[in-house]
Each structure stands twice: as structure tokens, then as C-alpha cells.
Design a protein around this ligand. Sequence first.
Ligand SMILES: Cc1ncc(COP(=O)(O)O)c(C=O)c1O
Length: 417
Amino acid sequence: MTRLDGPLSWSGRARAYAAKSKIYRVRHYLDHAATTPMRAAAIEAMAAQQQLVGNASSLHTSGRAARRVVEESRESIAGAIGCRPSEVVFTSGGTESDNLAIQGTFAARRDAGRVRLLVSAIEHHAVLDCVDFLVAHEGAKVTWLDCDASGVVHPETVQRAVEEDPDSVALVSLMWANNEVGTVQDVAAAAAVAHEFGIPLHTDAVQALGHLPLDVASSDVDLMSLTGHKVGGPVGVGALVLKRSATIVPLSHGGGQERGVRSGTLDVAAIRAFAVAVDAAARELLSESSRLVGLRDWLISGAMALGYDIEAGGTWVAGDATTRLPGNAHLIVPGCEGDSLLYLLDAAGIECSTGSACQAGVPQPSHVLLAMGLTEQRARGALRVTLGHTSTSDDVEAFLGALPAAVERARRAAGSR
Ligand SMILES: Cc1ncc(COP(=O)(O)O)c(C=O)c1O
């Protein structure tokens, strides 16, 4: 997406002036895995709903109208991901859904002595830190599930970990697609392993929603975390898919909304916009994913052609597009600090990331890359470039144009020349 930095709305003349002036620089947003721009239809739906009053729990006409919007949104999201509407629990986003799934399941199953969590080592911090909390304060035990060099957690790894002591396991948690390197997991196979032993499986599908076909029924997962702002909906709304097979203890207590699992007045406008965004993404999923794969592969081959010994971190098997998110290019630039690259590219109008945006500002090598076997030094050269629904060839061209100078300066700064 090309946009002009500055005021939110522009008249045509102001836009033309700004484009010529040195004050405003054309910017290229290549950080869609952190958050993606809201879709126009979602903005419209949200604005329209915000003009209406009505608590979805109220019994009067306005309340019932709000409830109808919520239930239609629930049905629409359920239709897009292959589950029953009654299995969709609205939350404030991915972090809350992950916490509700993990803490809630742990609380529900611990009494029977099931205190072990089997969790992949490459999860988002919303999962990792929640697990760490349960270990530190609630007597949980954790078995981290290793991945291979391309970031894949194999079903046999899950099987081995379960078999150590099946009766002690509360939950398996394996993300659908990784937010840093884009690796896609065989979640259905992991769920089959877990179910052999009667263990529920949670998947964080925050990065997969709208980018990969998600089917709750056929993947047979028990709990699935989703969020609105990675799919073109608003920040601050998401969902936990909670199958009938899963029992959790609520984390918040109050009005008993959402099957009593997640109390709190529903944000009707955000829910409506979330549903509109999911619907739009689902409709264009096939065409968009092949468009993004085209742009992404051009970006990777362009970067590699610059001769930096750049490796695609999510797929050591070059070109294996089936195991990574369509819009994800994860580059390792030897001899550079990813942070320096990020700031230099930013100064040139290119916005990308070193990894998880939620960790930005903490200059540590990524736990995902370390789990994949990279050395600390190599992992420090990570640059995550992620494309989304507003990305164009201009963005890729601008990135490839700006990269050589940024690498040159970042290397000088690292004193590696
Ligand atoms: C894989 C993954 N899980 C969870 C989250 C947290 O979602 P939210 O920002 O909606 O809380 C993110 C956000 O970066 C993510 O990428």
C-alpha cells in the first residue's frame, strides 16, 4: 500500500501538493502481519453501527436490533470458518482468546491431575507468556514442542510428548500459522494425535484467518483463536471458537454474555465490522493468495538477487510455498542488525518489522528463529516483510530499491565490513 504520511483525509489538491513537497514522503506499508488496514466495507459497517444505540443484552427494540446484528455476524463468521454459530465466542482479540483458551482449559482439567501443557516453542507471546504464568503461579507443567529448521512442528513430536504421560496432559496448543516466518502447521494431524488420548487441542489461527482456508469441522480442533485486525477488521475485537467438545472455566465474571464464558457488554459495531472483514477476505481468499504469492516470491527472489546470501527463514526448502503464509517473506541479512535495517528502511519510506510487532522495541533475537536452529547472531539479521490486501507491485519495487543502501549502512553500523 502506498500512502502519504500526514493528516488522515486529503483533498485531491492537498494530496498532489504533498506528493511534490519534501515534507510528506510516499510510504510503503509492508507490515500486514502486525496489523492490516481496515477494509473500506468494514469501516462503513462500523461507522453505520456506531450511529445506533443498543446493548445486545437489552430486551427493548434497540437492544433486540443490536442482538440481531451480533447473531448475524456470528453466523457469517461461523460460515466462513466451518463451525456452528453457537461455537463462536466474541472476545477483544487474539491475546484474550489465547488466554481464555489456555487458562480456561487448564482450570477446567487440572482437578483431574491434568496439569501438563504441550505447547509449540514457536508460539506468539500471547500463548507463551500465558503458559509461563500458569507454570509460575498455578502449578502447571509445560513440555515445549520443538520444530524443525523450517519451523514445522511434526505430529510425531506431539505424539512423543503426549505418550510420555497421556493422563497428565491438559491441552495441546499449536498455532495454525506462525506470525514471524509464516510457517503453516498440520494442525489437523496434531488434533488427531491429541484426540487419540482424549486431549483437546487449541490453535492460534490469528495469522491464518483470511489468508488460508480455515475449516474448524474438518481440522477437528477444539479451540481456535481469531482476531479482527489481521484481516481488515478493527483492532480490539476477535473470537474464540469453542467447540462443544471443549470445556473451559471463564476468566472474567459478570453479565454472563457469550454462553457465560466471556462476560462483558458486546461491542456491536466492532463485531459487525469484524464479520464484514472476514466475509470479504473469505470471498477473495483464492485470488488474493495467488496475487500475494506472486508479489512475495518476486520480493524474495529480488532480495536474493542482490547477493546478500539471504535465506527465506520460513522455508529452508526454497520455493515450498505450501508451508508458509502467502504474504510472508522473512529475510535474514547476514552482518546486519534487523533493528538498524528496520529504522533505515523506515527513513526511506518502507515500513516492515524484525518479527513479532508485539515484541518491537525489545532487541532480542527471535525465539522462533532460535527454535529453528539459527544462531543468535544470524537471528539478529531478521527482517519480516509481510504483504496484505492493499499491497501492490509499487511496494515491492520500493522495498527492493531501498534495500541495498539500507543494508550497506546497517552493515557499517554493525562494524562488520
Ligand atoms: C499469532 C498471533 N497470536 C496472537 C496475537 C495477538 O492478537 P491481538 O493483537 O488481537 O491481541 C498476534 C498479534 O500479533 C499474533 O500474531
